[in-house]
Design a protein around this ligand. Sequence first.
Ligand code: RB5
Length: 150
Amino acid sequence: MIVSLGCDHGGVDLRARLRDRLMERGYRVLSYGPEDETSVDYPDVAVVVCRDVIDGRADLGILVCGTGLGMSIAANKVPGIRAALLSDCYSAEMARTHNNANVITLGGRTLGSELAWQIVTNFLDNEFSGGRHQVRNDKVSAIEASYMKS
Ligand code: RB5
């Protein structure tokens, strides 16, 4: 599995920890964003990761900024992206099994690295349930499509 992983300056440390642990687990990681605290604008990184997912270069995306909020808002502007801002393990499981999220966003300044890793593994180790959740996801996609017609 290939994971596209990006951060802004608020997520550098957490991104580095997640990158190491993902690679230890055998994931291939495409990594974006600064390696130090150089200030960057989170939408610029979010769109690169989201394009990896939409274009099939990555299976899933993980975005880290200070709170995860900006990355979430930006990622969800990309058609086809279902980004989930996560801060607990139960929601991580639900984001995969119910929402079929293809990007998760995390707060580098709000989460400890161990909790963040547990969130990531709860997300990665589950699968979409389909069924009634696919029906609901299709309705979400229909909302997106209805605003792209004009
Ligand atoms: C950057 O200071 C901060 O605004 C950003 O990392 C993120 O938290 C935005 O939502």
